[in-house]
Design a protein. Structure first.
Length: 284
């Protein structure tokens, strides 16, 4: 694998912060693919996809603020979609391109939806990975059980076992893939224990806004006009089959793809899953 680690300075109501990102492929390639991760994950989740796509694109995989190697916000109230969208606009300006293609997993898909719905959006092709305009209360309740709990472990192997347990919906991954997803999402603290690479305070706005009903974002989705594909894990509890199918007939009238044996969310680790994304993005 060959990538470069970079940062870009962003700003929000609580001040400046740094957003880290990995960059793959030729820097002078005008075709840019931005890949944005889920709620508690980071940009290294896309290493396999980025490596595969780097022959065609300059691939950019940011760590959303508060995750991975990015900085943390002084005020956790800023951990919300408006701040994330603003940071991505800053990132795209840094890349000095007018348009991008976008792959967003879960939260990364919500950021992509919000940006793609804007007049003059830079997103010209959009892949939504296991997320849509209706977020079920059941999935919100599941997320609430783990986000912000801030566990730690005495050894890396304990961290690995925990990641495998809570991430079972990712599907049947190899030992090497589980190791990579763990290695890139945990860090050893000065006291020797291991912990996740994210600010546990990202949970505070989530919990404050939590309601015991579905979240309806259809008005946002209906504003999207660019070519769109929606990838669904066949066993997903976040993107229901009904919502997924309705996304084919509303808004951008998305192309649909489903990954068997996977819940929330497909991780694009296998050639087959990568091929689903590659074929859509490179199609005319």
């Amino acid at each position: 694998m060959s990538y470069t680690q970079r940062t870009v300075q962003c700003i929000g109501p609580s001040g400046l912060h740094r957003m880290a990102y990995t960059e793959w492929g030729a820097r002078d390639n005008p075709r840019v693919l931005v890949c944005v991760h889920g709620l508690t994950r980071n940009g290294r989740d896309f290493d396999a996809l980025a490596e595969a796509m780097s022959a065609h694109y300059r691939v950019i995989c940011p760590d959303v603020v508060g995750r991975g190697r990015s900085g943390r916000l002084r005020d956790p109230a800023g951990y919300a979609i408006p701040q994330y969208v603003a940071d991505m606009v800053t990132l795209i300006a840094r890349l000095n391109v007018d348009s991008v293609h976008w792959v967003g997993t879960s939260m990364g898909g919500l950021i992509g939806m919000a940006l793609a719905a804007q007049d003059g959006t830079p997103i010209h092709k959009l892949v939504l990975n296991d997320v849509g305009p209706l977020i079920t209360v059941e999935s919100l309740q599941r997320i609430a059980t783990y986000v912000g709990t801030d566990p730690d472990w005495a050894t890396f192997d304990e961290a690995l076992a925990y990641v495998r347990l809570v991430s079972q919906p990712f599907g049947d991954l190899t030992e090497a893939q589980w190791y990579h997803l763990t290695e890139t999402s945990v860090v050893q603290r000065p006291d020797g224990r291991w912990a996740f690479r994210y600010d546990p305070r990202i949970a505070e706005p989530f919990r404050a806004a939590f309601v015991d009903k579905d979240i309806d974002l259809w008005p946002v989705y209906d504003l999207i006009a660019c070519p769109t594909m929606v990838v669904r894990g066949a066993d997903s509890d976040l993107l229901t089959r009904d919502t997924w199918q309705r996304m084919e007939t509303r808004g951008p009238c998305a192309r649909l793809a489903e990954i068997p044996g996977v819940g929330h969310a497909p991780m694009f680790q296998s050639d087959e899953q990568i091929g689903v994304v590659r074929d859509f993005l490179l199609s005319a």
